[in-house]
Design a binder for this molecule. Structure first.
Ligand SMILES: Cc1cc2nc3c(=O)[nH]c(=O)nc-3n(C[C@H](O)[C@H](O)[C@H](O)COP(=O)(O)O)c2cc1C
Length: 338
């Protein structure tokens, strides 16, 4: 139904406007008595065989919503009715910021892809915390970043502020140093600053009575050498795992006329590379830490490939836009058939 009736209509309008319109629609529909139950009945697959225990957390199924869709934790409750096993909110920064000037989100229809240069538009971590206080049992990942105006030398403080504020309200953390849309952010993926950043957060974590898993989200554009560094850093700082991958700055084999827009490319053109990164990390680390696989999952087979390459869980973003909530169900059903 989504691909035949809803998507063609939504794809007639500006992508960012459609995003906010869909948000309001999902919220509105979920307020009508019976609708949240209807969505659950349509899309949720409840089965003990789908449960996964990863970095000490029990997931009801391994299919999550990737960061960036519900940046401000405004819709996680309603989104979980579509059958997601977990929802990652953020990227959140200490202070709210506008992000880059519009237009900054582009649909590449012929390529089943999106280019975005949103630039961490969000209302700030404090507002999100207020919303998370009302959580009725959704498993939440908290994806954190730095404000655009914060120089890289002071970035650690921004991550610490977000970490402290979110600590009681999220189940795991994601340190995002891989967005291509905040100037110089990806330099924080270099060995020295990254080790310092993760060690500082891990020290903070260790000072708490109960620790929360901290994961690192990486770009698909790292070289093999940089990926080997990442393995060293994860082992050295003893963080819980890695999310692979964020969007890519590379443009290869694209058909759509707006393929040269600046920003991060996501969706189908990313499928192969992000799976390669997962396989490389898994093999070279001897599976010493869990990986959440994300990037270009548009079919159940795409998800299974990522799990076979070494991912313990998967996340969707662009595939959710193109395929709709049926994709979540398809993946869970395919897992049960295996
Ligand atoms: C519009 C948009 C905004 C995004 N914002 C964020 C973000 O704030 N933080 C983050 O870690 N990833 C963000 N991402 C990246 C996704 O979480 C995901 O890693 C990437 O899109 C690859 O997955 P996909 O091909 O399924 O979309 C964003 C992606 C899109 C398309």
């Amino acid at each position: 139904m989504y691909k035949i009736f809803i998507r063609p209509l939504l794809f007639c309008f500006d992508p960012e406007k459609v995003h906010y319109f869909t948000f309001s629609l999902i919220r509105f529909l979920n307020k009508i008595p019976g609708f949240s139950g209807l969505f659950q009945a349509l899309y949720e697959v409840k089965d003990a065989r789908l449960e996964r225990e990863v970095f000490g957390i029990k997931f009801k199924n391994p299919v999550g919503l990737a960061a960036g869709f519900d940046k401000d934790a405004k819709l996680y409750q309603e989104l979980s009715n579509f059958g997601f096993g977990f929802i990652e909110i953020g990227t959140l920064t200490p202070v709210g910021q506008e992000g880059n000037p519009k237009k900054r989100l582009f649909r590449l229809k012929e390529d089943n892809a999106i280019i975005n240069r949103m630039g961490f538009n969000n209302g700030g971590v404090k507002e999100a915390v207020e919303r998370l206080k009302k959580n009725k049992g959704v498993l939440i990942g908290g994806n954190i970043g730095k404000n655009k105006v914060t120089p890289n030398e002071e970035a650690v403080q921004d991550y610490e502020i977000c970490f402290e504020a979110l600590f009681p309200y999220v189940d795991y953390f994601v340190v995002n140093v891989s967005s291509p849309n905040t100037p110089n952010l990806r330099e924080l993926q270099d060995k020295k600053p990254l080790t310092e950043l993760l060690q500082t957060l891990q020290d903070k974590n260790n000072s708490k009575p109960n620790q929360k898993p901290i994961l690192l989200k990486i770009a698909p554009d790292l070289t093999d050498e940089q990926l080997l560094d990442i393995i060293d850093i994860v082992n050295e700082t003893k963080i819980a795992g890695v999310i692979a991958t964020n969007t890519t700055i590379y443009r290869e084999g694209l058909q759509s006329e707006n393929k040269s827009e600046m920003g991060g490319l996501s969706g189908k053109p990313l499928t192969k590379r992000s799976t390669e990164v997962i396989r490389f990390l898994s093999e070279k680390s001897n599976k010493s830490f869990p990986i959440i696989g994300v990037g270009g999952i548009h079919t159940a087979e795409d998800a299974l490939e990522k799990l076979e390459a070494g991912a313990s869980l998967v996340q969707l973003y662009t595939g959710f836009i193109y395929e709709g909530p049926q994709l979540i169900k398809d993946i869970n059903k395919a897992l049960l058939k295996k």
